[in-house]
Design a protein around this ligand. Structure first.
Ligand code: ADP
Ligand code: ZN
Length: 651
């Protein structure tokens, strides 16, 4: 049993703890109050977790050491402090409340918005021998009564609750009858009204603090901008909590952004060349493109499923479950999919449309490679994306301030797409972190060249000017490009555009190149999309400086070929540099795992993660003791699978 005798707060020498972890340049207002910063906290090195916590980590979870600031957070919560934890996806947030829940007396109550995933979370905890359960609307009365009785009797280490249950007086009464070790508020950004994950029920979670002031609260999120951070602290009354802000870097994810010309076949090429047989997520903006992209992949023999809010709930649930349980499944989805999906072996996240903000993009791409193994974040983006998004912003509901905010989110996203510097540096800078070139993004691997695009920019802008001034007309990008290329299309002839002085002056460049120029001028704010809803091009205040030659225009040259670090396919990421023999063994272990998972009806990663199987395949332990030394093999899994694993190894 995982239960660890809960010790009372041990007598320790006191120590004055410094201020909360902060990123460089983080505004002072987020610092904890002096009161909190000066709180007396026990013992020695604050970055080393108490012994009982390390013991739980090793025995229950089978890991050697805490990562990053896990130890620091866990110590703080075990000692009864409140915490607000900002950590990227895959950073290891779950242990930050699971370990204290196992160490402290009573049950850790976890508030999670993801009813559909509670079963998996409970299964994963049961697999390591922790006593976990959930209460939500999917259960019948009998089932609920059983869980409630176990909670009151002190037989649960962790209890998962949907936030709406706290609206019910009976739930509050129930919680009063048991002992609560801590409250964990997962996906805490759901309290933010600006994100797309807003859940009204999160607003009333401040009751936790009012009703149970002595119970420590730990709120966790992978959303990291200062605005969201401040909003979470305020709305959950966590201003006085210690704030732990981890680095948001995900070094195992390779970031790549390519010019979009034929997105479906570009995606197919990516999958075939580098991710054959891998699990992945493909994000599309609309339901229609989700459907057509999933069908396109299936027609080409690739296992793919659609997911969007327009599908019936049971189809959505079934597709999600297959994605989690089957190896190498691709989910084609709108952004409605992904929150809380803790499948660790998602090897790539592809975007076929431009995300609306860097924050959303980073969260979506962060779903790749939670297990720390090499993964790809790939985005195809084109002129049409910019036009479409500008149009959506112009037509969106809400006041001018709201539209201005959407516009600045889009600008930051465009700046990331068009940068000639390291993508990761720019991403991290967006979250307030400074870093140096990463060596694992497309711009680092194949540095793009900048070229002087002043003359082509002038040709394009003067075409737009002439249409407007001489003809009183506005057109989309396509017409300006046709004019520059001197094409006698029906639309050109009809409008007598071949008599414009810019007609045919751009034949030195291809249509593709012109589209790239329009896109980059839009991204740089030297050209804009009109607010008429037709995607027409108009000048901006900065255009004049380009036209009169006082402002040079630097453009990014599209790489001839999409850059690629190395070819690594299917499980290659997980098995890179495994010898032939270890590779065979790894494959055998995967087959063994798949059978186990099927038998128990749980996702394969709940049995063992790829990283653990890989370690077993390389170290080839011959005894239970040797097996227990492998990271990810805790006491419970050793007892359950040890013999079977040794047998598979011996075959
Ligand atoms: P998050 O919730 O922050 O996205 P998880 O809690 O799901 O991340 O952890 C991501 C992965 O890292 C999981 O597979 C988890 O088991 C593993 N992990 C977390 N902490 C450690 C650790 N200290 N040692 C080894 N593996 C860890
Ligand atoms: Zn880089």
């Amino acid at each position: 049993m995982a239960r660890v005798a809960a010790e009372g707060p041990r007598a320790h020498r006191s120590l004055l703890l410094g201020c909360a972890t902060r990123r460089p340049g983080y505004p002072g207002e987020m610092a904890p109050s002096t009161d909190q910063a000066m709180r007396e906290l026990p013992v020695s090195d604050p970055t080393v977790a108490p012994e009982n916590a390390i013991d739980v980590l090793r025995r229950v979870f089978g890991y050697d050491d805490f990562r990053g600031n896990q130890a620091d957070i866990i110590r703080h919560v075990i000692d009864g402090g409140d915490a607000l934890v900002l950590m990227p996806t895959g950073g290891g947030k779950s242990l930050c409340y699971q370990v204290p829940a196992l160490v402290r007396a009573g049950t850790g109550v976890v508030i999670s918005p993801l009813i559909a995933l509670m079963q998996d979370q409970v299964d994963a905890l049961s697999a390591v021998g922790a006593r976990a359960a959930f209460l939500n609307s999917t259960q019948d009365a009998e089932e609920r009564r059983r869980v409630e009785a176990a909670f009151v009797a002190g037989e649960l280490d962790l209890l998962y609750l949907a936030p709406e249950r706290l609206r019910v007086a009976a739930t509050v009464d129930l919680l009063n009858r048991g002992t609560i070790a801590l409250f964990a508020i997962d996906e805490a950004h759901c309290v933010s009204q600006w994100g797309h994950d807003f859940r009204p029920d999160y607003l009333q979670l401040s009751v936790l603090h009012e009703r149970w002031p002595a119970v420590p609260r730990i709120a966790l999120t992978a959303t990291a901008t200062e605005t969201t951070h401040g909003e979470i602290a305020r709305r959950l009354q966590l201003e006085d909590a210690r704030h732990f802000v981890a680095s948001f870097d995900r070094p195992n994810i390779q970031y790549r952004i390519v010019a979009k010309n034929d997105p479906k076949s570009q995606l197919l090429a990516l999958i075939r060349a580098e991710h054959d047989g891998d699990a992945g997520i493909v994000y599309c903006l609309s339901r229609a493109s989700v459907e057509s992209t999933a069908q396109y992949l299936v027609d080409r023999g690739i296992a793919a499923l659609p997911y969007h809010a327009g599908l019936p709930a049971d189809v959505r649930a079934a597709n999600q479950s297959r994605f989690l349980r089957e190896d190498g499944m691709i989910m084609v989805a709108t952004i409605a999919f992904g929150m809380g999906i803790d499948k660790p072996d998602v090897r790539f996240v592809a975007h076929l449309d431009l995300p609306k903000s860097v924050e959303g993009y980073y969260q979506e791409t962060g779903r790749a490679g939670r297990d720390g193994l090499p993964s790809t974040a790939w985005l195809a983006y084109g002129l049409q994306d910019v036009v479409q998004q500008r149009r959506m912003i112009d037509q969106s509901e809400g006041d001018a301030e709201h539209r201005r905010r959407l516009g600045s989110h889009l600008d930051a996203m465009l700046a990331l797409c068009e940068t000639i510097q390291c993508r990761r540096m720019q991403l991290l800078a967006y979250f307030g972190e400074t870093s140096s070139p990463c060596g694992n993004c497309d711009t680092c691997i194949t540095p793009p060249q900048a070229w002087d695009g002043t003359v082509p920019a002038q040709k394009l802008l003067s075409t737009v000017v002439r249409l407007q001034r001489e003809r009183g007309q506005k057109f989309g990008a396509g017409q300006s490009i046709d004019i520059l290329l001197g094409r006698q299309t029906p639309k050109v002839t009809q409008n007598n555009h071949h008599s414009l002085s810019t007609f045919g002056i751009g034949t030195d460049l291809s249509e593709q190149e012109w589209r790239g120029i329009v896109r980059q001028l839009l991204a740089q704010g030297l050209l804009a999309v009109g607010s008429d809803g037709f995607g027409t091009l108009v000048l901006t205040a900065q255009s004049a400086a380009v036209l009169n030659g006082s402002r040079p225009v630097l453009l990014r040259r599209e790489p001839e070929r999409a850059p690629r670090a190395s070819k690594r396919s299917s499980t290659q990421a997980a098995v890179s540099n495994l010898s032939g023999e270890a590779l065979d063994l790894f494959e055998r272990l995967r087959m063994w795992r798949a059978a186990q998972a099927r038998e128990q009806g749980v996702p394969a990663y709940i049995v063992f993660g790829d990283a653990t199987l890989r370690a077993i395949a390389t170290s080839r332990p011959v005894s239970l003791e040797g097996l227990s030394a492998v990271s990810g093999v805790g006491e419970n899994k050793l007892a359950k699978y040890g013999e079977a694993l040794l047998q598979t190894l011996a075959e």
